[in-house]
Write a protein that binds this ligand. Structure first.
Ligand code: ATR
Length: 282
């Protein structure tokens, strides 16, 4: 292996548009340091029109990257341009992790893995066979539904302002996933053991609507995929009403681990040192 190949195996990226707020370079930089790996992980802001050319340079080796993460708005295009997306990416129609293998571009989606691993780590007793309520029906919601379904959850109720989008997800993810309009939220929460917010409600200084969680079963877990702030308005409300809450930061940290292993060959751990590093940067 010559020097340029050596470099090729150790450079990874995150690309989005915009990408400057991404915490991924901090996460992967921490792991590179932990393992003393001579590699790099950098942010590349790429406009949608330029994204196919970027993927082309990745495939032909001229970019010298061995893979990377893609975030909004490139996840769907990344899936379409990959040579071999795996089943997870295929079902979601979106990829967030790319890597080269024998000249081919492989792709997966680790968002769902990040979601369940965060629950496993912070609330080990969460019950995958329970009834779950997922608020929202966007891209993040898909990954959450897929992951929870794959862990064997009993029933999943998807509640969305635009009920048609929830119906699309119910059709896509099979018989145990049900769609509801937002007005049905209270009713579908009855006896549910898991509530997941996948919307941006309460961000950007807006007030989130008041949610009455009292119909959830006692001991239910309420979680949010938003992690800025860590304690979202929805989580605060749930905690005040006596429920266990899990913030969304761990989802970001756990979704990063499989990519690091693909590019750099070591499986990193998500621990409090990393979590505190990211919190200090927020
Ligand atoms: P992402 O891919 O990050 O999940 P998205 O596709 O824009 O983002 O989805 C955002 C989700 O938040 C959607 O479920 C959206 O509801 P609609 O499908 O009805 O648009 C939901 N959402 C955003 N703002 C909302 C609001 N003010 N009230 C209710 N739901 C909202």
């Amino acid at each position: 292996m010559d020097d340029s190949r050596e470099t090729l195996t150790k450079r990874a990226f995150v690309t989005g548009y915009p990408v400057r707020h991404s915490r991924s370079p901090l996460i992967h930089g921490h792991w590179l340091k932990t393992f003393s790996i001579d590699g790099s992980y950098v942010a590349r802001e790429i406009a949608p029109d330029d994204f196919p050319a970027f993927i082309g340079s990745l495939k032909d080796g001229s970019s010298l990257f061995c893979g990377g993460n893609v975030t909004i708005p490139h996840k769907e295009t990344a899936f379409q341009l990959a040579d071999r997306p795996d089943e997870l990416a295929e079902e979601l129609g979106a990829a967030n992790t790319l890597w080269l293998e024998e000249g081919q571009l492989l792709a997966t989606n680790t968002d769902g893995h990040g979601f369940v691993s965060n629950l496993d780590a912070r609330q080990p007793g969460w019950d995958a066979s329970d009834v779950a309520v997922v608020l929202g029906a966007g891209g993040a919601s898909r990954a959450v539904i897929q992951a929870v379904r794959d862990r064997g959850i009993g029933e999943i109720h998807v509640v969305n302002r635009t009920v048609e989008r929830a119906r699309e997800l119910a059709d896509r993810f099979g018989p145990r996933v049900h769609a509801h309009p937002i007005g049905a939220l209270r009713e579908v929460m009855t006896n549910a053991g898991l509530f997941v917010n996948t919307t941006s409600l309460g961000m950007d200084g807006d007030r989130a609507p008041e949610i009455d969680f009292s119909h959830l079963r006692s001991g239910a877990v309420v979680t949010d995929i938003v992690y800025v702030p860590l304690m979202t308005q929805i989580l605060s409300q749930a905690e005040e009403q006596g429920f266990v809450v899990v913030d969304g930061l761990g989802m970001l940290l756990h979704q990063a681990a499989p990519g690091f292993e693909k590019w750099f060959g070591r499986r990193p751990v998500v621990d409090d040192t990393l979590r505190n590093l990211i919190i200090a940067d927020m």
